[in-house]
Design a protein around this ligand. Sequence first.
Ligand code: ADP
Ligand code: ZN
Ligand code: ZN
Length: 656
Amino acid sequence: MAAEYLEVAFNLPLNSIFSYSLPEGEERSPEELIGCRISADFGRRKLTGWVVSAGDTLPEGVREAKPVHRVLDDQPLFSDDLLELAKWISGFYLCSLGEALSVMLPGAKREKDLPPLGLGGEEEEARKAVTLSDEQSLALETIVGSSDSYFYLYGITGSGKTEVFLRAAEDVLAKGKSVIFLVPEIALTHQMIDDISGRFETKPAVLHSHLTPSQKLKEWRRIQSGEARIVLGARSAVFAPVKDLGLIILDEEHETSYKSGSTPRYHGRQLAMKRCRIAGAKLLMGSATPSVEAWSMMEKGVFKKLVLKQRPAGGGLPEIRVIDLKQSKSLLSQELIRTMESVLQEKKQVILFLNRRGHSYYFHCKSCGYEMKCRQCSIPLTFHKNRNRMICHYCGYQSPPLTQCPDCGSMDVGYAGFGTEQVEEQVAAVFPQARLARLDTDSVRKKGVLQETISSFKRGDIDILLGTQMVAKGLNFPGVKLVGIVLADTGLSLPDFRAAERSFSLITQVAGRAGRYRNDGLVLIQTMRPDNHAVVCGSRGDLQGFYDWELEQREIMAFPPFGRLIRIVYRGKDGKKVLDALEGLTESFRNAGLPDVMGPAECPLGVISGNFRYHTLLRCSEDFTGIHRVAAQIIEGTEVPRNVYREIDIDPVQLL
Ligand code: ADP
Ligand code: ZN
Ligand code: ZN
């Protein structure tokens, strides 16, 4: 008997498939509609869902199936292999099939009249092919020639990793297979993509978060048809429906933006490994500062390690000095000011880096100890002087700045802690002649500002560029002689097991911006914690030292990569209800004999947007699969009370 019904998954946290009949006038059979989107009534709502199978019977207890309103697609959006992957995601990251499909697939409403895809606009000068250095050639030969599956290109900043990536991609394309090239989702993704795109004969498909849903859909179709065999994009491009996958490249492997922040909380690296395993393709990762896990995988030989130690375009490694900011009266130390002066006199450029925007971030009363925090979150508000507001960086809550303590009325109040706005103020005061620009998410809110500032710095029309992460990533400026890290330890006080790793990586990446094309580059690192291990190793460029030490700490704690973690967060407006519910679940974990149950405890960010947050951690030093299976059963069998929300994070990258 031919199937009669469409079995549909919705983007809802429900582990069920729902049956519908065909709409009037639909000529295709249910089998032919697998992979298409439909719109249908679901309870009182009208939802978009995905046809995941065709059925010839209705589920028990269901007497008749309603027809769907419409089939939205002329051709399926996904085929068996992506459906398999979605099922795996649903099982591993503990979400519904519909939730998995919703992060994988483009979500445009209709497929008619798609607007043309405008990429970037002005043509960047395309990256030209160069003669590979010996190191690069060796790396490329190994990737192309070896039968290994996972490769890691570990090369210092400026060592020409991109060139090796592009050659490896060209080799795979020449063999008629397809390539997915992943880059982290950062402000500059767009620019990097333009830069790489120019190298390929046929136009790559591009998938990133700045595309509209219908642009995404259009690119999706170009990939499905085989017209585009190379796909460039951020995290979710790992799901691109390429034919005959030969290679996935994952640039800047250490970037946390490869991990999704919402359900399902998947990691791009993990999905890349999975897809390559299924397709028999190769995975090529790269970074100057590998994640601690990746480092350990290289040491174990699971990832084949390929090393680039030289900068083929010239440019020596910079001299790095550490400045103890505790000895300084101002946030710009005398040494930093003097060095900036002499660099500016030479008509060379300066980058100043601080990983914190706003003017100051901590308002407190010196009489009673009151601390100003967001009314909805458990974190201090940041004072934005330019806008004359106190702003919460988590929920966006704003209030006018205070001059008096709201608790005791004392006028003896003040701000502490500084952000980029305050640094800008002070730099402008010390160097009134210098041309100064600031790059952070506040300064680039207006469209085009980012691109404009970067171009003008490249041209030499700006002397000092001050900014957050935005200036740390993927930028090459020939004229930069000095990089100053205004405060290296901003991230170190976070109560998170990756705080040291992230700080180390940031210091190393920022330092890599100095002297890319010269031999007298200089990096000054100001810090309150000159003895901290991440700061010490970062300033010495001692990667081995850092990873050895960090791995030792992780081993003591049985934290990744020595153990794997499963994190369950419950949140809601009623704190007691949230905690009670999570206590119940945690009790079930314990009763089931799971070995290492930690919690429930308040999350380090205990309240966000008025939601109280508690978490329980399962630590798995061995038998992760077994623990995962038991935990999954318990979670599935446990109802969450009304107005309490559950977040499940398998292999979390942070515990805040
Ligand atoms: P990474 O990605 O490792 O930080 P890049 O790929 O940005 O390094 O390369 C740094 C610079 O070196 C770029 O300007 C690039 O064009 C140049 N480059 C790369 N390989 C070579 C080579 N073999 N010969 C000359 N220049 C090269
Ligand atoms: Zn007070
Ligand atoms: Zn807030």
